[in-house]
Design a protein around this ligand. Sequence first.
Ligand code: XMP
Length: 319
Amino acid sequence: GWSMADFVERAVSALRRRLDGARALCALSGGVDSAVAAALVHRAIGSRLVAVFVDTGLLREGEVEEVRSTFSGLGMDLRVVDARDRFLDALAGLVDPEAKRKAVGETFIRVFEEQARRLAAELGPIPYLVQGTTYPDVIESGGGAAATIKSHHNVGGLPPDLDFELVEPLRDLFKDEVREVGRRLGLPTALIERHPFPGPGLAIRTLGAVTPERLRRLRACDRIVREEIRRAGLEGSVWQAFAVLTGARTVGVMGDRRTYGEAVAVRVVASDDGMTADWVRLPHEVLDRIARRLVNEVEGVNRVVYDITSKPPATIEWE
Ligand code: XMP
């Protein structure tokens, strides 16, 4: 029968034949698909694979260090590109969700292309680009309404301006199969069981203007929400759990002083594939802990609301 052990063996030898002596490039997103694709190709061609990870400044706390230690630990040639200022510049003055998505997507492509050119100058020709395209991606890109609701930016979905030949070793696999391959390749459980995270990152969870200060605030909120979901043992059973900076300012009182701070929304959803989702009936104690910690620990936050809409009619992300 068909097993993932066979898959890994066959994929590795097919990749060795196809990439015979040539170099390949891949973009890591921090997510599962690009990580497994990279690990598989690395198993096949070793140091002829170069991995690029773009630090957009729109990532969650600890993410850059996590990616660095995981992939450097695997012995991969990993280049982390600090492009935080470029993304902030591109987002300056933007509040419209689609405008933000477009700015992040375009900046990503530009940064990645520059890096690819630099690497080709350093190492010689790199004819192949590895992408973590999976079977559901293949089906989805065949049409459907999703793309018209939000312009999705996938780190794997670069329209390569440079003439790369695409290598998509996960094209026939479903998500759980991709995870199984990742486990067989020795990727850490934390990475394999990671919740989805949108390409435009924290930019589309910071409603209104994206500034370094608001990103710091959201990053702190996000860490608390994830910590409490993990502490409650719910990480494995929810699809996503995150905070949204709503941009709404509200009046509060702390000690005997009036505050005028920002309302943070907490979004925790269950889903099979992200196409539909239900809000999670979190235990009240968990909600209570999250709310107290957000207000006490994060400067500028004085109110917490829980998002109780499902998808449809709401989407999972707020933008
Ligand atoms: P929505 O908000 O459309 O999200 O209900 C459905 C799922 O997709 C994720 N998402 C994205 N993923 N690039 C991505 O790679 C994107 O631009 C993007 N926008 C949303 C979202 O987190 C949820 O899991």
